[in-house]
Write a protein that binds this ligand. Structure first.
Ligand code: C5P
Length: 242
């Protein structure tokens, strides 16, 4: 097959021009980075697992009425998605204190928050993805108040659904990161869920043992990284070959 034109190479994914107009092929790599590129490595088989995990979660969310960029999985490492205009925000939803929230406020990891907390980070490798407020977002016109309301409403619905889905397989959804984009359908614009949902951008703890089943195993040199990703896929009922 003719090599497709590469549009963008990210840390964990490469994007190629899709076979149909306004589509993109997302290729999932095994490469992993942490600390804004300070640490890098390879998690063998991660691309295949994340492709399949993200497919399952995006499909389920779609069935729930959440609009996503996902069209279909093409093969073990690639999926076809709608080309969207990415909103330059990392939307983090937290149910339990962990990671940078614990650090910023001097809190112990593991305390349940009284309600889900939503945070926004401005997507900029050069600036180290700074935490921003809704005021920054609307002032710099990364999103208008209406779009931001939509992003918050969708994020909360996604959180509710994913908490239940993971709880059903004995996993606590501690926190996760989402990205949204604008999809144009004629004159109409819709905010849709983009990027991926996988153990790369979720904190997933075993409910019984509190064992970490996500990228923190790589970030914190805990070992058993591949096994953790495989365990998530296994519990979700997907353990692809290859
Ligand atoms: O590091 P922090 O505690 O802010 O991360 C919150 C959540 O967002 C974690 O689930 C992490 O995996 C995710 N995240 C991400 N990409 C980033 C920063 C955080 O997927 N650049």
């Amino acid at each position: 097959m003719a090599r497709r034109r590469q549009i963008y190479e990210g840390k964990a994914k490469t994007l190629f021009e899709g076979p149909e107009p306004n589509t993109i092929v997302q290729y999932f790599k095994d490469d992993a980075t942490a600390g804004n590129g300070a640490k890098s490595g390879v998690i063998h088989g991660k691309g295949v697992l994340n492709n399949c995990i993200s497919e399952l979660l995006m499909q389920r969310l779609g069935e729930l009425g959440i609009k996503t960029h996902f069209i279909r999985r093409l093969n073990m490492r690639e999926q076809l998605v709608h080309a969207v205009e990415i909103i330059p925000l990392e939307v983090v939803i937290r149910n339990v204190v962990a990671g940078s929230l614990a650090k910023r406020f001097g809190l112990e990891e593991g305390a349940r928050l009284p309600r889900p907390l939503i945070e926004f980070y401005y997507k900029s490798d050069a600036l180290g993805d700074p935490l921003v407020s809704e005021e920054h977002i609307t002032t710099f016109e990364w999103a208008c108040p209406h779009d931001l309301d939509e992003i918050c409403a969708q994020s909360m619905r996604i959180n509710d659904y994913l908490c239940g889905l993971f709880a059903g397989v004995g996993i606590q959804l501690v926190d996760f990161k989402l990205e949204f984009g604008r999809l144009w359908e004629g004159e109409e614009m819709r905010i849709v869920l983009a990027d991926e949902i996988s153990p790369d951008n979720c904190r997933l703890w075993d409910m019984r043992t509190q064992e970490k089943l996500d990228k923190d195993r790589f970030r914190r040199d805990l070992g058993g990284v591949e096994e953790a990703y495989q365990e998530v896929a296994r519990r979700l009922g997907i353990m692809p070959e290859g």
